[in-house]
Design a protein around this ligand. Structure first.
Ligand code: SF4
Length: 694
């Protein structure tokens, strides 16, 4: 007799929500998940968890999950359930027809930061080896692609420099454009513990987030900059560090190119970059800019953590570079307690980028034009690879509208809801002849799909996720895939139907192939992960136990590179019609567009997105707390309730985007990062007016 709640079997696996990558013991009774117990030996969480990881798994059995493949000729037709074999045959034949009719470049694929490394590797392999092009991109395009560019240029690799443990040795922590209390709660707890021990905190954010002032924690400086002025603020901090001689000359001479530093130093020292000049257009008091710069440079071990408030801007890549410049100038790289650390939103953003999801890079961030790298994959895969970068997601959609791109395989991603300029995404999808969506639920993108392939949850698959500290964590299957196939098997079946001779019998064999082809994963295998618990890449002959901290004795690129960061104001401007600036974020009890958290019924989740507005701006518009308001931009409008608060400065409004009816991406612009096309979600000129409701 089994008592209610008593598990029959269990496995250690990894949370499928944020980039902290907490380990859990998933306790099962038969095929039913009884509970998720935070795993005390989890190297990212050490027994801690947040409400999402612990309780938000009910979606895996939600009645809206689609369990059978479906096909329709036209998107106006009703869906027709078909066998898996018919679905694979249909997709293979449609993709081959399109390529025959429109050319090899007419199809592509999109990987997901929600899927495992192994699944992502297979999708990019299918595109490169099966479709014969490099038209593969990832949802990281719309979040951390500027991290890839900026850290790649300055340090030589696209990843955070530290392990989470490192924060325990930080003396000064700078948080830029991130809200860890809500977005990365388990890391935030460790950070707050360190702050309670006396470490100092600087927060750079237009909004007064919880971390600025919480029980027993108060930031030394909160720099409430005007949205869109990150680069100017970072350059003003650099100005103080250079003009007051606070830089670490020994570190720079040893680890960086001194002449590049001199060029950068001359640039940031220009009077135009002084705190006093910068205050005029950023709104940050000059005295606070000076104080924060001195504290970071001379307060001991200085660590920088940042989030989408840095990357999702037209100058996202420039800000990442500016952050890297500051860390190098002050010698805050290559030891515990320091570093530059992107806080990744999704569980496997790091992994999806590592696995070659970008159209210009093979796994391990090696450029597609590199003959030696291509040679490794060509020999193993038995194909000739295209040496030209393929299309990014926005370029695929543009090409679709222009009529040259006709087929898309989207695994675990809802581009209609997540990507900028919803109307353009819809137009691109509508212009295609075969859109294949593989997901748990009929998401918004599926409204434009011709084929729906049911996806599997993290509980139903073996694999690995790589968290924000480059830690490769095992995902272990605790129940059979309810749809019959794990996601990796679906991609393999599709590849086989298209004529590729793939024959993996388990995801561990995919990881073995990743290790054989990707130097930073050289020693990684499931057996090794079982033995070590987890490991942080690079994990190879040189670093057999992995690399908790990077760039210890030298940068991956050799010498660290200082790069000038010229502030260029966004093209999104306020004016009489749209006088306020909208920026966005998230809350603890929801996750991204809410596809999972809104379908988990065992917890009462936050019911709606609200528009935070300063009392002064609300009064001017006759808006009271809780009133319905219309939020309008040059792109579109939506309706939501007002929350009057001085967390936001006058002139700034803020909302979350967890509910589809909020339609935040209808409001946002189509401006994007100059280097990576990451959309500028964080700056939109808007007007707010009273409304009677939706
Ligand atoms: Fe999951 Fe992130 Fe919460 Fe950890 S902090 S339980 S990884 S959502």
């Amino acid at each position: 007799v089994i008592a209610i709640g008593q598990p029959e079997h269990s496995a250690i696996t990894t949370c499928a929500y944020c980039g902290v990558g907490c380990s859990f013991k998933a306790e099962m009774r038969g095929e039913e998940l009884v509970r998720m117990v935070p795993w005390k030996d989890g190297q990212a969480n050490r027994g801690h968890s947040c409400v999402k990881g612990r309780f938000a798994y009910g979606y895996s059995n939600h009645k809206e999950r689609i369990l059978n493949p479906m096909i329709r000729e036209k998107v106006s037709d009703p869906w027709r359930e078909v066998s898996w074999d018919e679905a694979f045959a249909h997709v293979a034949s449609e993709f081959r027809r399109i390529q025959y009719q429109y050319g090899r470049e007419a199809i592509g694929g999109i990987t997901s930061s929600r899927c495992t490394n192994e699944e992502t590797y297979l999708v990019q392999k299918l595109v490169r080896a099966g479709f014969g092009n490099n038209n593969v991109d990832t949802c990281a395009r719309v979040c951390h692609s500027p991290t890839g560019y900026g850290l790649g240029q300055t340090f030589g690799t696209s990843a955070g420099t530290q392990n989470f443990d490192s924060v325990e040795q930080s003396d000064v922590v700078v948080i830029i454009g991130a809200n860890p209390t809500d977005g990365h709660p388990v890391f935030a707890s460790r950070l707050k513990k360190r702050l309670r021990q006396g470490a100092k905190l600087i927060v750079i954010d237009p909004r007064r987030t919880d971390i600025v002032r919480s029980p027993h924690v108060e930031a030394s400086y909160h720099l409430p900059l005007k949205p869109g002025t990150n680069v100017a603020v970072m350059t003003a901090l650099a100005h103080v560090i250079v003009t007051e001689g606070l830089y670490d000359e020994t570190f720079i001479r040893e680890r960086c190119d001194w002449s590049e530093f001199e060029d950068w130093a001359a640039f940031v020292a220009e009077p135009a970059h002084s705190p006093e000049e910068t205050e005029i257009f950023t709104g940050v008091p000059a005295a606070d800019l000076r104080g924060a710069a001195r504290l970071y440079a001379k307060g001991g071990n200085g660590a920088i953590y940042y989030g989408l408030g840095v990357t999702e801007h037209s100058q996202g890549s420039t800000t990442v570079i500016a952050i890297a410049n500051l860390a190098m100038a002050t010698g805050n790289i290559g030891r515990p307690g320091v570093g530059v650390n992107p806080l990744r939103g999704q569980n496997n953003v790091q992994g999806s980028c590592d696995m070659g999801s970008f159209p210009h890079e093979l796994p391990g961030y090696r450029h597609i034009s590199d003959d030696a790298t291509r040679d490794i994959f060509e020999k193993l895969w038995g194909v000739k690879l295209d040496n030209e970068p393929g299309l990014r997601i926005p370029n695929m959609l543009d090409a679709a509208v222009d009529g040259s791109f006709k087929g898309l395989y989207v695994q675990g991603e809802d581009i209609l809801q997540s990507d900028p300029d919803t109307k353009h995404v819809a137009a691109g999808l509508a212009a295609m002849e075969c859109v294949v969506v593989q997901d748990l639920f009929l998401n918004e993108t599926a409204n434009y799909a011709h084929v729906f392939l049911p996806g599997s949850t993290f509980l139903e698959k073996d694999g690995t996720f790589t968290n924000a500290e480059r830690r490769i964590n095992r995902v272990r299957k605790v129940m059979s895939p309810r749809n019959g196939y794990g996601d990796w098997e679906v991609t393999q079946k599709l590849a086989q139907t298209m004529g590729l001779g793939w024959n993996y019998s388990h995801p561990s064999e995919i990881m073995d192939e990743i290790a054989a082809t990707t130097p930073s994963f050289a020693l990684v295998s499931y057996n090794y992960l079982d033995k070590l618990g987890s490991v942080q890449w690079p994990c190879n002959e040189k670093n057999p136990l992995g690399s908790p901290i990077m760039h210890v004795n030298g940068f991956v690129r050799g010498k660290g590179k200082f790069i000038r960061t010229e502030y260029v104001a966004t093209d999104e401007r306020t004016g009489p019609r749209f006088p306020l600036l909208l920026t966005t974020g998230r809350i603890l009890s929801q996750y991204n567009v809410g596809a999972q958290t809104r379908r988990t019924e065992n917890v009462v989740w936050h019911a709606e997105d609200r528009l935070e507005i300063h009392p002064h701006d609300a009064e001017q518009r006759g808006v009271r707390d809780g009133d319905w308001v219309k939020l309008m931009s040059r792109s579109g409008d939506t309706t939501l309730r007002a929350l009057i608060t001085d967390r936001v400065a006058p002139g700034v409004v803020y909302t979350t985007f967890h509910h589809p009816n909020t339609q935040a991406n209808v409001i946002t612009t189509d401006f994007s990062d100059w280097a990576t096309n990451c959309p500028e979600y964080k700056v939109t000129a808007v007007q707010v007016s009273p409304s009677n409701g939706p």
